[in-house]
Design a protein around this ligand. Structure first.
Ligand code: SF4
Length: 264
């Protein structure tokens, strides 16, 4: 069973990428779970035709610990769970993730024949949720989503620092394009400088918003689009990947120098 965590700055599009990767894997016949932690539930929502998955802690409140709970089933049979905290804006400092993953692990992950679990967990190292799946060793493969903008790279670098502190290896950087000048080269160079590689470049395409407005992933809503192919290629690259390394974070000033160099 592959257990993959996808990190990145808030708003960088990691839920879109995670949901589309989950859909692409399910489409290939792999038994896939999507574990999100987002008060907006926006990743699972596109796997569930626009329906919001009830947060795991909310379900537990209704059923009580140890009682049965329902896991939503989305596109291609993807099992969708949102482990977000009790109140939007208040957060749970990681408790939501730990409680949910412990229960899911006992009831499902250790018993069922699962191929892949995708953790679309908080991108902010400040949130206690960041380390939970890694520290508890539920996820052992990590990818970071960034664009070629300074703040995204800065956040990606901070995540790399967090991974280094936790002694967790990185499988690569996913560039979710913002159409910044020289972006592909900048992100590839950033990846190389922190000791990994750019595993995929995902173009910016209005089809993503169109599909999300319909409550679907691009894989489901526009399966023949170039964007769907980009997500499928990423999913395949992740499945083939054997190249994992402990990241070597950069100094913030070196990131700025890299960006200045790309504009020279
Ligand atoms: S505090 Fe972190 S783990 Fe808890 S709900 Fe918020 S983002 Fe998720």
């Amino acid at each position: 069973m592959r257990q993959i965590a996808i990190y990145g700055k808030g708003g960088i599009g990691k839920s879109t990428i995670s949901a589309n990767v989950a859909a692409a894997l399910a489409e290939k016949g792999l038994i896939t779970w999507y574990v999100g932690c987002d008060p907006k539930s926006d990743g699972s929502m596109t796997l569930l035709r626009g329906q919001r998955a009830q947060a795991f802690l909310e379900m537990m409140k209704g059923t009580g610990q140890g009682k049965p709970y329902e896991v939503a089933v989305g596109y291609g049979g993807v099992r969708c769970v949102e482990v977000g905290g009790p109140l939007a804006g208040v957060g749970c400092a990681g408790r939501g993730i730990i409680v949910a993953v412990q229960a899911l692990s006992k009831d499902h992950f250790s018993k069922e024949n699962i191929d892949v679990i995708i953790y679309d967990v908080p991108g902010d190292v400040v949130c206690g949720g960041f380390a939970a799946p890694l520290r508890e060793r539920y996820a052992d493969e990590v990818y970071i989503v960034t664009s070629g903008e300074y703040l995204s790279l800065y956040a990606a670098n901070n995540i790399a620092k967090g991974l280094r502190n936790l002694n967790v290896k990185l499988g690569g950087i996913i560039c979710n394009s913002r159409e910044v000048e020289g972006e592909r080269n900048v992100v590839a160079e950033f990846a190389s400088q922190i000791g990994t590689r750019m595993i995929a470049f995902i173009p910016r395409d209005p089809v993503v918003r169109e599909c999300e407005n319909q409550g679907m992933t691009v894989i489901e809503c526009a399966p023949a689009s170039a964007q769907a192919s980009a997500y499928r290629s990423l999913a395949e690259a992740m499945m083939r990947n054997k190249d994992f390394a402990l990241p070597r974070p950069m100094e913030p000033e070196d990131i700025r120098a890299l960006l200045r160099g790309s504009m020279a």
